[in-house]
Design a protein around this ligand. Structure first.
Ligand code: SF4
Ligand code: ZN
Length: 302
C-alpha cells in the first residue's frame, strides 16, 4: 500500500521501506525537484536558463519540469544539444529531443562536432588513437560553455542525478582526486564570471530509479539507448558496487550525498582556484594553459 493514500504503490524509495502510488510519487518527485532549486538557490527570477539535453530520460524530464515551473518562478528556458556524430546512437536521441522540444514549444539549438571541429566523433576515432569518452569530456564541456555564453544563458542546467554524483564522488575518493570533487555540487562555478557559465543540477537529490520511473510513468516515450563507445569501465564498476551496497543497506547513496554536501564548503575553500584564467592562443576560449585542451585535440586531428 502507498504510505500516504493506500493505493497500489508504483515505487519503493531507496531511503525508505514503504512505497508510493503514482500520483503521490509525482507529487513527491516534483516537490523534491522544487525544494532542491530553492534550497541551493539554483535559479533566480528573470534568469535565462539553458538546459543541456541529450535526448535521454533525465535531460528531457528536466526540460519538462523546468518548463512546468518557469512561469511561477519567472525565468526563461532554452535547450542546447551537442551532436557528437555517433551513428546509430545520437541520431536517434536527437529525434526524441526535437520531438520533445517541439511539443513543449521550447527553442532547441544543436551544435555539432562536425561543424565546430570538422569531423564527427566517429571520424575522429579513425584518425587518432584516443578514448572516445576523453574526447567527449573535453569537447562537450568546451561547446556547452562556449554556446551558453553566445546564447546569453545565465546558467546551464544538466540532468545529473544523485546516482551520477555519488559515483563521481566515490571515483574521486578511490583515485585520491579531491580537487576534482571540489568542483562538484548542485551548483558549480563562480557568480559573475563572464568566461564561464555556472552549471546547476536540479536532480541532485533525486535517484536514477526515481528519474527513470518518473519518465516512464509520464509516458515520455523515450526509448533506452546506450552509446556504443562507452569506455567508462571504471564508472560502471563503481556504479554496480554502490547499487549492490544500496540493496543491502538502504539509504547508503543518500548518506554519501549528505556527508558530501556537509564537507563541500571546506573542500571548495581548500581548492579555490586562484590561478588566472587566460584566453587560449588559438581559439580565444578560456584556458588555464596557453593552448586549451580542445585545441590540443584539434591539433592532433590536423
Ligand atoms: Fe561520449 Fe563516452 Fe558518452 Fe559516448 S559514452 S557520448 S563517447 S562520453
Ligand atoms: Zn583553444
Amino acid at each position: 500500500m502507498c504510505k500516504q493514500c493506500e493505493l497500489n504503490p508504483v515505487i519503493i524509495l531507496s531511503n525508505s521501506t514503504k512505497g508510493l502510488c503514482k500520483s503521490c510519487f509525482f507529487r513527491y518527485f516534483e516537490r523534491k525537484f522544487n525544494r532542491t532549486i530553492s534550497q541551493f538557490k539554483l535559479i533566480e527570477p528573470n534568469e535565462k536558463i539553458g538546459v543541456a539535453v541529450s535526448g535521454g530520460k533525465d535531460s528531457l524530464s528536466l526540460l519538462y519540469l523546468l518548463n512546468k515551473i518557469k512561469e511561477k518562478r519567472r525565468f526563461k528556458i532554452e535547450a542546447l544539444l551537442v551532436d557528437e556524430g555517433i551513428k546509430g546512437y545520437r541520431d536517434k536521441t536527437i529525434k526524441d529531443a526535437k520531438r520533445f522540444c517541439k511539443e513543449l514549444g521550447i527553442k532547441l539549438t544543436i551544435i555539432s562536432y562536425k561543424d565546430e571541429f570538422g569531423y564527427t566523433l566517429d571520424q575522429m576515432l579513425k584518425k587518432i588513437n584516443i578514448k572516445p569518452c576523453s574526447i567527449c569530456g573535453v569537447f562537450r564541456r568546451y561547446l556547452l560553455n562556449k554556446y551558453s555564453i553566445k546564447l546569453e544563458f545565465d546558467k546551464l542546467a544538466t540532468g545529473h542525478n544523485l546516482d551520477d554524483e555519488v559515483q563521481t564522488i566515490l571515483m574521486n575518493q578511490f583515485r585520491s582526486n579531491q580537487e576534482v570533487s571540489a568542483r562538484l555540487g548542485p551548483i558549480t562555478g563562480i557568480k559573475d564570471n563572464e568566461k564561464f557559465v555556472r552549471r546547476i543540477k536540479p536532480f541532485y537529490l533525486i535517484t536514477e530509479k526515481e528519474t527513470t520511473t518518473y519518465a516512464y510513468l509520464k509516458n515520455f516515450n523515450i526509448p533506452f539507448c546506450e552509446c556504443p563507445n562507452n569506455t567508462q569501465a571504471y564508472r560502471i564498476e563503481v556504479r554496480n558496487f554502490i547499487n549492490n551496497f544500496e540493496q543491502k543497506y538502504h539509504g547508503t547513496k543518500h548518506s554519501i550525498i549528505n556527508s558530501f554536501i556537509e564537507i563541500l564548503p571546506s573542500l571548495k575553500e581548500k581548492y579555490k582556484n586562484d590561478k588566472e584564467i587566460k584566453s587560449c592562443k588559438q581559439c580565444r576560449e578560456p584556458s588555464s594553459k596557453e593552448i586549451c585542451q580542445a585545441c590540443e585535440i584539434r591539433n592532433k586531428l590536423k
